[in-house]
Design a protein around this ligand. Structure first.
Ligand SMILES: [Mn+2]
Length: 231
């Protein structure tokens, strides 16, 4: 069986509760479709749990992309504001801070150097998207959607930022024969959503972010039979 969860955002307890609910078997695969980091209390603890699960495959979200960009920065230039010539560095840090990096930095700062490298390597090797076919149905799993969408453009030609920051128009399908499974936008915020706070399924779009970190539920979808799980 194939399961999908997205946008855990540091909600470690909800994630553990979900694992108890779905009872992953040895032959099952769980896809995490981005945004484990930021906002909630235990983003790094949650990622470390995921890293230790052999049947989990991790797809990058915009919050991981922001973190990866900041992990790479050389902050020696920030000893004084007079020295700042590269405003890009400030912008990257501020964008991440504005998006809730505090809880991630709190936990990351307590890791040993070795553990930090393990986290960073894991993210560097994570997936940008996944294409699946289950019971004759094709799926594209990607964090946000497809920015600068063109039906003739190959999925492998999209830049990572185009896959993690898009706000799709859910009233239009991307493909006739492929269902896109995304997170990124809580279903409470989708205009015209009949099931706010529950999984959205319409126009070959499935959105599984049910706002776990903003008082909603953590959702999980089993693609084989479309069974929905909530905690
Ligand atoms: Mn997101």
């Amino acid at each position: 069986m194939t399961y999908c969860i997205s946008d855990i955002h540091g909600e470690y307890e909800k994630f553990v509760e979900m694992l108890e609910l779905i009872q992953l078997g040895g032959d099952d695969t769980l896809y995490i479709i981005g945004d484990v980091f930021d906002r909630g209390e235990h983003p790094v603890k949650t990622l470390q749990k995921i890293m230790d699960m052999p049947n989990v495959r991790f797809i990058i979200g915009n919050h991981e992309l922001m973190a990866m960009e900041c992990f790479k920065l050389d902050l020696n230039q920030l000893s004084s504001i007079d020295d700042i010539t590269d405003y890009d560095t400030i912008e990257k840090l501020m964008t991440w801070a504005h998006n809730g990096s505090k809880t991630t930095m709190n936990e990351y700062g307590k890791l040993t150097t070795e553990e930090r490298h393990r986290v960073r390597d894991y993210l560097e090797n994570a997936l940008a998207y996944e294409q699946l076919e289950i019971g004759g149905q094709k799926f594209l799993l990607v964090h946000s959607g497809l920015m600068n969408f063109d039906p003739g453009r190959d999925i492998s030609d999209y830049e990572l930022y185009e896959l993690v920051w898009e706000r799709p128009d859910y009233s239009k399908p991307y493909f006739d024969d492929v269902i896109t499974v995304t997170g990124h936008t809580p279903t409470q915020l989708i205009e015209g959503c009949d099931t706010p706070g529950r999984i959205f399924k319409k126009n070959n779009h499935i959105v599984i972010d049910c706002g776990a970190v903003m008082g909603g539920s953590l959702a999980c979808l089993r693609l084989d039979d479309m069974k929905e799980f909530y905690v």
